[in-house]
Design a binder for this molecule. Sequence first.
Ligand SMILES: [Zn+2]
Ligand SMILES: [Zn+2]
Length: 360
Amino acid sequence: MDTINSYQCPCCGAPLVFLGEELHCDSCDNSFSVDAINQMNEGMERACRESKYDWGNYEPRSYEAEGGVNLANYSCQSCGAEITGDDTLGATVCPYCGQSTVVKSQFEGTLRPDYLIPFCVDKKAAMEAFLEATKKAPFLPDSFRERTKIEEMAGVYVPFWMFDCDCDAFLTFNAQRITTWSDSNYRYTKTDFYKLLRQGGVGFANIPVDGSKKADDTYMEAVEPFDYHAAVEFDSAYLSGYLADKYDVSHEESIARANERVKNSTIRAFDHTTAGYVSVFPDRASVSFSNGKVRYALLPVWMLNMKYEGQMYQYAINGQSGKVVGKYPVDKKKKWKYFWKVTAISAVVSAAAAALLLVL
Ligand SMILES: [Zn+2]
Ligand SMILES: [Zn+2]
């Protein structure tokens, strides 16, 4: 027995009737080709499928049999940070809380990274980048910059999970085009509504997700991007003079964040294909992965903790690019002075405008 397909109007949901060569909606008076309706139904069905994320397994590696540098563990009595470094490292302020000095403890030979990006901004250059950034901070107290001490800065290899995958995506967008014209009596505005269907593949390499609970996620994502071409196979010699944090967020725990980043980046990648409309809103997105791979990497970040008027201010500086991230204290006096100045100017302006009105 033949089945009869019943089609629904994509605009208003009313049943469509076959008329001439097209499907017609009696309710809203729109017409569609059968092909267009079939394509749309298929695209919608695919875009509504649940996204499938399949990451490979990660096997932890150990530090055993590393030549070159003797490693030691350091721990912070104040915040509990556990960090690895070379065992000749002198007293170092805890890079995470800045409250106390890290103390050498028993070395545990676990959690060896797969690769790292070496530091290429040295301590002096990082400090210069920081001082340069403070110049742009609004209402910064003068004494803040003067107090900056280079010893408070620590080079930390921050643990990140790196995700690679190939991604197949089905997406729908709602879009509009507006046309206006006029005759001698009326101005007309016509709005066309579109359902855009997009399908394609996107390859992702090195999507980083912060692997440390102590490092603030928003800071760590703000300090990106890193150039992964500079990444090298891990060798403990790179740790000489630096601290390396161990991950305390497992790769399983990072997966949700990776999925979110992949999905958002995919939607953004397809956004570029929707030019020519006045407004475009993402509607549905279904992505599925293949060749998912997880690796453990260390990325270079200079950490600076500064205590100022009883409050701790933390800064992260990209050890590869010198990008500075952090919040700055505000000098309230400077701010109010600025506020009164602006108010005074606008008062003068409105007084001038009032005078102008009187003249008129
Ligand atoms: Zn309709
Ligand atoms: Zn600490």
